[in-house]
Write a protein that binds this ligand. Structure first.
Ligand code: 6PG
Length: 243
């Protein structure tokens, strides 16, 4: 990614990458709470963050994260009810939130069961109510798909081109479905963004994103470039094998 400052951490395997991500999540939480009395974080669904959720839910980590002053948001959501197998809320809820001491009203889910446009508008209002008109997350965690999408910003979509709104609904042609997603202006306003990538199936995409020309319309994850915050990629050796 020409000219883009980023840090790349290559871990031995997916498990150590997940542990590293959980440790950094805990550090960001402690730092934010010490500084401002609250921790604002946004997490995705998909397979990328599952290992991190597993560690965060474990007994050791529960003591490390100040959950009660944590406000947890979602980077994106599928347009399904919260009880659906596909729901990101359900995934995070079952793998992490049910195991930690976070208050119910500090969990800000996107309402995938509502009409997509309305759900996006409502989530943007919820964000602004909680964090003001220019929300700055302490930490945003992202994954990357094989097609280089991140959050639900897919290649050549309207969502990846959005420059004003913080949350949009977008019809994703290849999925034949709507998604709700945070946009690049919101993501890039964060203090810290962590992108988690593991597995050999992501190796070619990661090499293209890191070493190829920059085109964030074609490779949405390349559009993640915090304005003044830090960007850290945490990847395993398998994903990094072509770098
Ligand atoms: C989702 C996630 C999404 C995901 C990436 C990568 O709803 O799928 O929120 O942001 O992290 O799409 O997908 P995988 O992690 O499943 O490879």
């Amino acid at each position: 990614m020409d000219g883009t400052p980023y840090n790349l951490l290559i871990c031995e395997d997916a498990e150590s990458a997940a542990r590293e991500a959980a440790e950094r999540f805990a550090c960001a939480a402690v730092r934010a709470v010490a500084k401002r009395g609250a921790f604002h974080v946004a997490v995705p669904g998909g397979s990328s963050p599952r290992g991190m959720f597993h560690y965060l839910a474990s007994r050791d980590f529960q003591q490390l994260v100040p959950w009660s002053p944590t406000e947890l948001f979602f980077t994106d959501e599928r347009c399904v009810p919260p009880e659906s197998d596909e729901s990101n809320y359900r995934l995070v809820s079952e793998s992490l939130l049910s195991e930690v001491a976070i208050a119910e009203d500090s969990i800000h889910r996107m309402r995938g069961e509502d009409t997509p446009e309305q759900a996006a508008l409502d989530y943007e209002s919820e964000l602004h109510r909680a964090m003001g008109p220019s929300p700055c997350f302490d930490l945003i965690v992202l994954g990357m798909g094989v097609d280089t999408h991140t959050a639900s910003l897919f290649p050549n979509s309207n969502a990846v081109l959005e420059t004003g709104k913080h949350v949009v609904a977008d019809y994703v042609e290849k999925l034949g479905a709507y998604r709700l997603t945070m946009t690049l202006p919101l993501i890039n306003n964060a203090e810290q963004v962590m992108i988690l990538v593991h597995g050999a199936d992501k190796a070619a995409s990661l090499a293209e994103v890191m070493q190829g020309p920059r085109d964030s319309c074609l490779h949405p994850v390349q559009g993640v470039r915090p304005i003044s915050g830090r960007l850290l990629w945490i990847v395993d050796r398998a994903a990094a094998s072509l770098l």
